[in-house]
Ligand binder design. Structure first.
Ligand SMILES: [Zn+2]
Length: 323
């Protein structure tokens, strides 16, 4: 089955803005990495870019269970070789360096990595900060069991964040990391609120997501089924503040990732969730839309194909898989 047909066959739903619940939106464009026909819209009120219509939660759950890893990273089970080829270690080093001013290496603290994948970040954090006790959660069983071995901990929960909250009685954490996960979440503010409930009062949250307005983003390869939200600095900041966090530090440069990314370190604030006045102007939204269209649709697909270490490999894999 061709990717377009696979995507067409998924049950979909129309949605209000995932940040501000506005129903006023406009189409930014149709197109994505695999030629599935994904539509990206922009909220007229807060400027969020997201997929609409999007596959239903049920369809996405099934997708993540059976197709996500093979589509997206072309592996079903991680290996040391896979980790070495990817940007994972460089990414983990960046996170450890970013958090260094906030954690001393001897601190007896608890860290949770949400969406810990192969466990590279957990392993790196426990090596850099020997006092940290590490936990992870990962929905994919192959990745979760690999992470246990690789990071050397049995504290890896296999399942979603919601299941983790429902099934276990987790203690509160001093640090939570969530890298390249929030852009997959249908209710990003709610996800951050869940994390807030898992954090100590003075706890720290490190969040990293792709930045679609980065000048280095070139071509529709940056748009794909799993990323239902396309954040840029303003909407990323809005999302974090809406969940009642204050931003302590913001990172726009030097993040190693397949897609140019941004990150923030945030703390729970006194502010009540959702009580946040949008401070984005119509001009700012229009400027962001223009930049998005230039980044995503302004270059030939060929340029997108050759732009990153694994893009060509993934494209070939998908082509073989579906032809
Ligand atoms: Zn909105």
């Amino acid at each position: 089955m061709k990717p377009y047909n696979y995507y067409s066959s998924l049950e979909k739903e129309n949605t209000l803005c995932l940040l501000c619940s506005s129903s006023a939106m406009e189409l930014l464009g149709v197109g994505d990495r695999y030629g599935m026909g994904i539509k990206t819209v922009s909220c007229k009120s807060c400027g969020l870019f997201f997929t609409n219509p999007r596959p239903t939660q049920l369809a996405m759950d099934e997708f993540y269970k059976t197709k996500y890893r093979e589509f997206y990273e072309s592996v079903e089970k991680p290996t040391i070789e896979y980790i070495k080829k990817g940007p994972f270690q460089a990414r983990a080093n960046f996170v450890a360096n970013a958090l260094k001013p906030y954690i001393s290496s001897s601190d007896d603290k608890r860290l949770l990595d949400v969406g810990c994948a192969d466990g590279t970040l957990l392993k790196t954090m426990s090596e850099r900060f020997p006092g940290l006790s590490i936990s992870g959660l990962e929905p994919n069983p192959n990745f979760a069991s690999f992470a246990k071995q690789y990071a050397g901990t049995s504290n890896i929960f296999t399942g979603s964040l919601k299941k983790y909250l429902d099934d276990s009685k987790p203690e509160n954490f001093d640090v939570i990391t969530i890298t390249h996960v929030l852009e997959h979440m249908p209710r990003p503010v709610e996800t951050l609120l869940h994390l807030k409930s898992l954090l100590k009062e003075q706890g720290l949250l490190y969040i990293e997501v792709p930045n679609v307005l980065d000048n280095r983003v070139k071509g529709i390869g940056a748009v794909h089924i799993a990323h239902i939200i396309s954040f840029y600095p303003k909407t990323f900041e809005t999302c974090i503040k809406m969940a009642g966090f204050e931003i302590v530090e913001f990172f726009l440069e030097g993040l190693p990732a397949m897609t140019p990314s941004m990150a923030a370190i945030a703390r729970p604030s006194e502010k009540v969730a959702y009580e946040f006045n949008l401070d984005i102007s119509r001009d700012e939204i229009e400027k962001s839309q223009k930049q998005y269209k230039k980044n995503i649709f302004g270059v030939a697909e060929e340029a997108a194909k050759s732009r990153s270490f694994s893009m060509r490999r993934i494209m070939d894999y998908i082509k073989n898989k579906f032809s």
